[in-house]
Design a protein. Structure first.
Length: 248
């Protein structure tokens, strides 16, 4: 398996968390801005769980975390012990004003000798090693791979006034997760041309798709939750307490 650089954007503010949850983690040096990645989950910051998941994968050569500019040194110190335990090379960089800019800055300092680049949400701490390794494998073969799950709920399209106007066929619809993994030349080319993409950029695979590259889907699982609300945090805590990662 070729080696990979992993980019974890963690510069977001997490506006859907309340003040109570903001106090449940280490005191961050980011002023009054709340960052979900540093809320405690089972006794340690969410970002530490996420880092440890990737550092158990032999193909991962380095992890680059993008954080608010005034927190670089603090995050380096916070994660140093976790990185050392796994012998994982860690870089912490100042992120940008949005996710694409944070990823672009991390790409600039990533090791050009790694063949793959994986990008993962800081607040998806329950990603299984087997899924990471499968995404890496598929990216080697196909050039780009996205972890996701087929939609198994009925989907409604809603107009003004919350009026249902359509039931959307779900047969070919998937919910994208992360990691999203790319051959290095694919993702670097996509980011060089990101200004050409019309509309909001909601994930990294969108940039690659816009260039006409094939993107393959890799089945994920329900535990790979993105923590965006306090309820998501409590769900992750319950899953960990129940013995995750579960044995089949």
């Amino acid at each position: 398996m070729p080696t990979a650089s992993v980019i974890i954007p963690a510069a977001g503010q997490g506006r859907r968390f309340s003040g109570t949850e903001a106090k449940s983690g280490p005191r961050v040096p980011f002023g009054e801005r709340l960052t979900k990645a540093f809320v405690l989950l089972a006794g340690k910051p969410v970002i530490e769980h996420t880092l440890e998941r990737f550092c158990t994968v032999p193909a991962v050569a380095e992890v680059i975390v993008a954080v608010p500019e005034d927190g670089v040194a603090w995050v380096e110190a916070l994660l140093a012990a976790a990185a050392a335990r796994t012998r994982c090379r860690l870089k912490v960089v100042a992120g940008g004003t949005d996710r694409p800019e944070s990823v672009a800055r991390a790409l600039e300092v990533s090791d050009p000798g790694t063949e793959l680049v994986a990008i993962h949400d800081a607040v998806r701490p329950l990603i299984r090693r087997e899924i990471i390794e499968e995404a890496l494998r598929v990216a080697v073969e196909r050039g780009a791979a996205v972890v996701g799950r087929p939609i198994d709920h009925t989907v409604k399209r809603v107009a003004a006034g919350r009026r249902v106007i359509e039931t959307v066929p779900r047969g070919d619809l998937w919910l994208a997760q992360t990691p999203q993994v790319f051959r290095r030349e694919v993702i670097t080319s996509a980011y060089r041309k990101r200004e050409e993409v019309v509309g909001a950029i909601t994930d990294d695979a969108q940039l690659v798709e816009a260039l006409g590259y094939e993107v393959a889907m890799v089945p994920g699982d329900a535990a790979n939750v993105k923590i965006t609300t306090p309820e998501d945090l409590h769900l992750c805590e319950a899953v960990l307490a129940a013995g995750w990662p579960f044995k089949e």
